[in-house]
Design a protein around this ligand. Sequence first.
Ligand code: F6P
Length: 531
Amino acid sequence: MFQLTRSVTWQALERLRDDTAHDRIRDYFAQDPQRFDKMSLRVDGLFLDYSKHLISDAVLAKLLELADHSALVQRRAQMFSGDIINVTENRPVLHTALRNQGDEPLYVDGKDVMPEIHQTREQIRRFSEAVRSGEWLGYSGERIKDVVNIGIGGSDLGPNMACRALLKYRHSGLNFHFVSNVDGAHIQKVLQRLDPATTLFIVSTKTFSTQETLLNAKTARRWFLDNAGDDADVGAHFIAASTNREAAMAFGIREENVFEFWAWVGGRYSMWSSIGLPIALSIGFAGFMELLEGAYAMDRHFIEAPNARNMPVLLALIGIWYINFQGAETQAIVPYDQALHQLPAFLQQLDMESNGKSVNIFGQPVDYKTGPIVWGQTGSNGQHAFFQLLHQGTRYVPIDFIASLKPEPGVEDHHFALLTNMLAQANAFMEGSQGQDRQHGRLDPYSCPGNRPSSTLLLDELTPRNLGALIALYEHKVFVQGVIWNINSFDQWGVQLGKRIAGEISERIDERTQDFDASTQGLLALVRAHF
Ligand code: F6P
């Protein structure tokens, strides 16, 4: 069996790690005046600067060799053509089909799936136009003013992040709310501000079986029935995005208002499907299509560009260098853009649910690190919160800085301050600072070690198209890392285990069961006293 860590390339990378242990990133710039030009890349409306990394030419060449020697070409072709690459769930992985703009057929189990995809897109177009134009009316004849998306994980984070990112394109007569937490405080807080006669609920759940979402949806329906219409009116106020048509209809949703998608769309990859309905409602169907087109442009780039000029491949390899050869445990995502404030949470699920694995596709335990802990928040705020640790702490944290270049009219000075702060931080992390004095041989506390790496991703402007390309970029980065690590990036058995045990505990709350461990039994007794 092939062993990654025994491969010649992996071992060469380990030697390079030792050989470059005392390198300084800033010296790479001094040695090569062309470094920025060589280590930056534009794809569509995205510009990536990856020059501020502790990556010499020799290291980059070896990392590229790692990609060349991996199953990337084969697995990428398999993913795009609908082969079963999610082996534990026996499914293809075809979120890319949802944004496909080509007219080639795409076969799953011998059936071309593109006509169904076009049909659902058309259903989204008609529905979003009806709501936005006021043609769709609530039970009492009023137009919709508030849209509440009820979903969790991939059925929340994608549309939630995108609606906030694209807020400036929002329909002025519609407000959007996202309820995900099973904590009743979440839905209560949202509902107390709403009028049931003018509220539309989207029950977003791939399986229509997720406890959190079903509980929130039932609470929303009860609130609607208590304060407004009767059962026959539910259909005018509840729609669903789900692969489970029967369960959605049993909930009271009209058949024509179940927006279908398919088992081959993973939850965290589903914002391109009908899970993206809130996006289409907010920015309009044309804007939603632009989002898909941006993602498609990134798909084409990912397929066509050579690895050395391939943005997702490069980001994946840079991550691998830090995770597997420099001991980095985490990856910080720092958007210098308030509209992207949900991006770190979205990328956290995308990356950690996909690559949080320790068994490879051959069923062996891996003997190397896989997906990093992904975390972060907007730059300006993060700068005054956790950046201190990044500058002077003992952790080694690569950072992705993300920003859009074009300022909003009226706040150009803010945008200038935002961008210059970001550039200053990236520079400071790399350069560090020498302390003024070294007294009695002690290191002075003012100095920052520097040599801390970052990528900078600039969007020409935060448009639907560029956002689509950005998200597809990270999807493919995660995919490439999964391929190199030989893991299945598309299942989530750990999450399933938690779901199953939550079901068992709630079913047996009344039993004095000895099945659970003593701690769980003791805690359960305390909980039981309140129900
Ligand atoms: O978090 C685990 C998960 O299975 C995600 O992959 C998914 O997006 C989420 O739960 C919600 O599942 P569903 O869309 O079926 O309600």
